[in-house]
Design a protein around this ligand. Sequence first.
Ligand code: ADP
Length: 330
Amino acid sequence: PGAESGDGSRSRGEADSKLRPRRMDEMVGQRDVIERLKIAIDAAQSRGEPLGHILFDGPPGLGKTTFATVIPAEMNTSVQMANGAGLRAPKDLLPYLTNVSEGSVLFIDEIHRVPKSVEEYLYTAMEDYRIDVVLGDGVNARTLNLELKPFTLIGATTRAGMLSAPLRDRFQIREHLGWYTRDELAEIVHRNAAKLAIKVDELSANVIADRSRSTPRLANNRLLWVRDYAQSKAKGKVSEKVTCAALDMIGIDSLGLDKQDRNYLDTLMRVFLGGPAGLDAIAHTMNVSGDTLEDEVEPFLLRSELLVRTRRGRLATPGAYEHMQRPMPD
Ligand code: ADP
C-alpha cells in the first residue's frame, strides 16, 4: 500500500521519488530556512571548508529528506543516505564513515533511533573527523585511529526532544521545519501537476491543499490519487467536484483527516470519554504503535486544536467533538 494505491496512507512511494524537488529553488515555502542555509553554504564554500553539520526536525513529510538531497546538489557533492533504525551497531556505521569523500554529505534519517553505542562514534566523527575503532577484546584489545575526510552530517528527526544533548550540540545548524500554508501546498500541487502532465485548476488545487494536513507529502499523495480517479471516472478531467469525490472515497475529510486520524479521535471519545487518556492506552485500543500515533497522527491534531496534551494524558477538545459530530459529555 502507499502513494501508488492512492489510499492516502503515509508510506513513501512514487510521490516521493518522482515529485521531490532536485534543487533548492524548486522547493516551495520554508523561505527563512532556505535563506539561512544558502548563507551557510556560501560561507563554507568561500572558505573551502565543509558545511557545518545540520539537524532538521519536524513532523513527517515536511521536507527533511528533500533538504538532505538538495543541499548536496547545491554544493555539487555526493550524499549517502542512512537510517538511524538500521545503524544498530558500530559496524553498521563504519562503512558510511569510511566512504565519505571530502566535503560530501552523510544523511541519517530518524537519527533519534541511533543507539548510544553508535552515537558515541558520531561524536568524534563530527567533531574531529576521526573515529577510534577497538579491535579484539580483553588484553589483546587495540585501538585503531581512523582519519575521516571532512564531511557534513545531516540528521533528521521527528523527535528532537529524544536526541541526547551531546549529539544535539554537535550540530552547528539546527532547523525546525514547520507546517505549510494553503497557498504553498496549492503551489506544490500546481508544480507537480505540471510534472505529471495533468491539468489541475485553481479550485481543485485548493481542495487538495485544504485536505493535505499542511504536509507536502500528503498533497502529493492526494494529487496522485485524484489523477487516478479522474482517469478512471472522469475521462482524465480533474475538477473541483471530481477532486472532492476522489478524496471522499478514500475517507479524507474536509480538514484533511484520514481514517486513522478520525479513528484516533473516535477511540478517545468513545472508549476514554474524551480523556485524559494515556498514549499507550489509546494505541493498544487502536492496535497500532504509540510511536506511529505520536509521529504521524498527533502533531496535526494538536496543531488544529482538536487535541491537547495534558500532564494526565490526551484530551479531546470541543472542536474535536464538533468536527466528529459527537455530543460533548457533561
Ligand atoms: P520528510 O523527510 O520530512 O519526511 P520529505 O522531504 O520526504 O519529508 O518530503 C516528502 C515529499 O514532499 C517530497 O518527496 C517532496 O515531493 C515533497 N516536499 C517536501 N517539502 C517540499 C517543498 N518545500 N517544496 C516542494 N515539495 C516538497
